[in-house]
Design a protein around this ligand. Structure first.
Ligand code: SAM
Length: 329
C-alpha cells in the first residue's frame, strides 16, 4: 500500500493542501466581498496538517503545495513549513501565495525547507490591482517577490488569471516584467467556481490561445517538454530563461494526466477541482488520533471516488458552488 492509483489508472503524486480558507485579499473571480470563514475548531491544526502530509508522502506523493485562502495569514505557517519540509520522501515542496506576506515570511519559509513559490499577480497597475483584489497593495507584493528572491528562492513563478476587458491588455507587459525580474509566468483561464458578482464570466473568458496570440506578437514561443507535475503547458523564448505556462482547464483539458488531489482547510479530501466528490479526513484523524495507518487506509479508499474528468463550460454558469478559497487553489 505505498502508491495511490485511482480507478482510471492515474497515479497520484501531487497534493495541494489548503492551510486556511482565510485571505487578506478578496479577488473578484475568487471570493465574494463579504465572506464568512470557518470557525477555528473546524480548520485542521498544524499537527493534523503535518500528519496528513506524512500519510500522503508514505503513500507515494512526491510534491506538496501549500495553498488556501492565503497560506501566509495562517498562524504558525513558518513552523508548519519546517515540520512538513523535514518529512523524508518529499521531493518538491511549494506554496501558492498572493505575495503580500513575503516581506515578512520569505526568509523563514526558505530556511524551513520550502523549495518553490508561485505568486499570483494579474496586473502591474496599482489601481487595477486594488480593484481586482479589492484590498491588495501592488507595491507590497512586488517587494515581497524581490524579498523572496533575496531569501534564495529560485524560479519563482507568477500566476495570472486573464479576464477580457479587465487585464488582457496587460499580457505583454506581464511577460516583460517576468523577463526583467527573471521569473516564470503561467496564464490561467478563469474557472466557474463560486458565484461572482463583478463580471460575467462568459463575457470575460479569455482562452489560453488568445493569450498566446497576444504574446506571439512580441516573442516566438517554443514548446517545452518540461513539467513540474502541475497542469501548466510550458513554452520558452529563445532570448530568455523565463518559462511561459498555460493552465487551460477549459480549452486544453488536462484530466487524462491528472496526478493531483486537494485537501481543504477543514480536512476534506477533494478528488477533483471541478467536482464535489470528497472524503472527510478530519473526521478520521479526530476519531483515531495518531493512527497513521487508518488515515492512509481512508486515503487509499477515497481513490475510487476520483472522477475521470471535470465538465467546465464557458457559458458563465457556476459549475461548482465552492469558491476557490474553500477548494484550495
Ligand atoms: N492566496 C493564494 C494566492 O493568491 O495565490 C493561494 C490561493 S488562490 C485561491 C490560488 C490561485 O487560484 C490564484 O492564482 C488565483 O488567481 C487562482 N484562482 C482563484 N479563483 C479562480 C478561478 N475562479 N479561476 C481560476 N483561477 C482562480
Amino acid at each position: 500500500m505505498n502508491t495511490l492509483v485511482d480507478g482510471f489508472g492515474r497515479r497520484i503524486r501531487y497534493l495541494r493542501l489548503s492551510v486556511t480558507d482565510r485571505c487578506d485579499f478578496r479577488c473578484v473571480y475568487c471570493m465574494g466581498e463579504d465572506m464568512t470563514f470557518l470557525p477555528r475548531a473546524q480548520v485542521l491544526t498544524l499537527e493534523e496538517l503535518t500528519a496528513l502530509s506524512r500519510a500522503f508522502i508514505e503513500l507515494g506523493v512526491e510534491k506538496i503545495r501549500l495553498t488556501g485562502g492565503e497560506p501566509l495569514v495562517r498562524h504558525g505557517i513558518a513552523e508548519l513549513v519546517e515540520c512538513i519540509g523535514s518529512l523524508p520522501g518529499l521531493r518538491d515542496f511549494a506554496m501558492t501565495t498572493n505575495g503580500s506576506g513575503l516581506i515578512r515570511h520569505a526568509g523563514a519559509l526558505r530556511r524551513g525547507g520550502l523549495d518553490r513559490l508561485n505568486v499570483s499577480l494579474d496586473t502591474l497597475d496599482p489601481s487595477r490591482f486594488r480593484a481586482l483584489t479589492r484590498t491588495g497593495d501592488l507595491g507590497r507584493v512586488i517587494d515581497g517577490i524581490r524579498a523572496a528572491r533575496e531569501a534564495g528562492f529560485e524560479r519563482i513563478k507568477l500566476n495570472a488569471v486573464i479576464l477580457k476587458g479587465r487585464n488582457d491588455d496587460e499580457v505583454p507587459e506581464l511577460v516583460e516584467f517576468a523577463r526583467r525580474e527573471r521569473l516564470d509566468i503561467s496564464f490561467i483561464e478563469e474557472m466557474p467556481l463560486g458565484q461572482v458578482t463583478e463580471h460575467d464570466r462568459a463575457a470575460t473568458f479569455c482562452s489560453s490561445d488568445d493569450v498566446r496570440g497576444l504574446i506571439e506578437r512580441h516573442h516566438a514561443l517554443l514548446p517545452s517538454t518540461e513539467s513540474t507535475l502541475g497542469p501548466s503547458r510550458y513554452y520558452r523564448m529563445a532570448d530568455s530563461d523565463t518559462r511561459i505556462g498555460f493552465i487551460s482547464p477549459h480549452s486544453h483539458n488536462f484530466c487524462s494526466a491528472c496526478n493531483r488531489v486537494r485537501v481543504t482547510a477543514e480536512g476534506r479530501l477533494l478528488l477533483c477541482l471541478g467536482n464535489e466528490h470528497s472524503m472527510d479526513l478530519r473526521g478520521v484523524m479526530r476519531r483515531h488520533p495518531g493512527d497513521g495507518e487508518r488515515l492512509k487506509a481512508a486515503i487509499v479508499d477515497a481513490m475510487r471516488l476520483k472522477p475521470e474528468h471535470h465538465h467546465f463550460t464557458t457559458d458563465g454558469d457556476v459549475q461548482v458552488v465552492r469558491f476557490m478559497n474553500m477548494t484550495g487553489g
